[in-house]
Design a protein around this ligand. Structure first.
Ligand code: SAM
Length: 291
């Protein structure tokens, strides 16, 4: 570690600055120093960032950079950097580019051979993973799941096979139906972790079997509010005996085969009871028995 907080800014450098995801106390001294020292700050929503800057008494000029104008104004910003000006890039909260704008600008800066430096800090993904108690030596970040129910369920079916811990963002108006889908796709043996309002006054987090998540959310209307991150334990691809995980395999087979055939095949490959698998297959596919 070295104390570089007081270092002067590098001419022509783009600083990608993480800002708080709730608690303003999480803005780092270095982030503050950079924000007050650069020539301009590129912000996803200038009104939002103006409030943050006002709180810290920073009066650096703001420039809007959002998903609708990013590609168009990147060239202008690159020209400013090439002229030796310093710029900061921030999003509404957390780390820019993580499900937030900034990719086009950073990519353009790299292509132009410009200096790009991170000013690391809050990020909802890493904050959630750091308290979930799920394996994080490797993980998959899935961004936001599709909004449409059929597409979301299809995505969850694929993610359910993922052996690493996976983590994603979800909007409050979809959290209840997402929990129902997770319960249905993952069953009672997979752990899910939900964090809401991280670093804020009503922060809450819970880790429980996927099948228990819908009831946990329904138990208190406040649990539908705020901002959410979910993490899911990776699929046990093979049991200790070396056999395939029956539920995961059945899920995959049901993409291609009718319930009875999928159950028969999964039973012969895993040693699980055919009738049990057949019942699951019927529940998941919503079809009637084929007797
Ligand atoms: N770039 C941001 C980051 O580094 O976390 C994420 C931006 S993304 C548009 C916003 C989503 O992040 C929210 O919808 C929510 O899912 C998650 N999020 C942001 N702040 C959060 C918080 N304090 N608690 C829980 N989730 C949060």
């Amino acid at each position: 570690m070295n104390a570089q907080a007081e270092d002067p800014l590098l001419p022509g450098c783009l600083y990608v600055v993480a800002t708080p995801i709730g608690n303003l106390g999480d803005l780092s001294p270095r982030a503050l120093k950079v924000l007050e020292s650069v020539h301009a700050i590129c912000a996803e929503d200038t009104r939002n960032t103006a409030q943050l800057l006002a709180h810290f008494g920073v009066s650096t000029p703001l420039k809007a950079l959002h998903e609708h104008n990013e590609t168009r104004i990147a060239a202008e910003l690159i020209a400013q950097l090439q002229a030796g000006r310093t710029l900061a890039l921030v999003s509404d909260a957390g780390t820019p580019l993580v499900s937030d704008p900034g990719y086009a600008l950073v990519d353009a800066a790299r292509q132009a051979g410009l200096n790009v430096q991170a000013v690391p800090g809050p990020c909802a993904v890493t904050a959630a993973l750091s308290i979930a108690g799920l394996p994080t030596d490797e993980f998959l970040f899935a961004g936001f799941l599709p909004a449409r129910p059929a597409a979301r369920r299809a995505r969850l079916q694929v993610l359910a096979q993922e052996p690493r811990t996976w983590v994603f963002y979800e909007a409050p108006h979809r959290i209840a139906e997402c929990a129902t889908d997770l319960a249905e796709v993952l069953g009672s043996t997979r752990l899910v972790f939900l964090a809401r309002e991280l670093s804020k006054r009503f922060e809450q987090s819970v880790r429980l079997p996927a099948t228990e998540l819908p009831a946990w959310i329904a138990a208190d209307a406040n649990r539908l509010r705020g901002e959410f991150v979910l993490a899911v334990a990776g699929a046990p691809a093979r049991s200790e005996a070396g056999t395939l995980d029956a539920r995961s395999l059945l899920r995959a087979l049901l993409q291609e085969l009718p319930p009875a055939r999928a159950a028969r095949l999964a039973a012969s490959l895993t040693g699980e009871k055919r009738q049990t698998l057949y019942q699951w297959a019927l529940e998941w596919s919503g079809t009637k028995p084929e007797f």
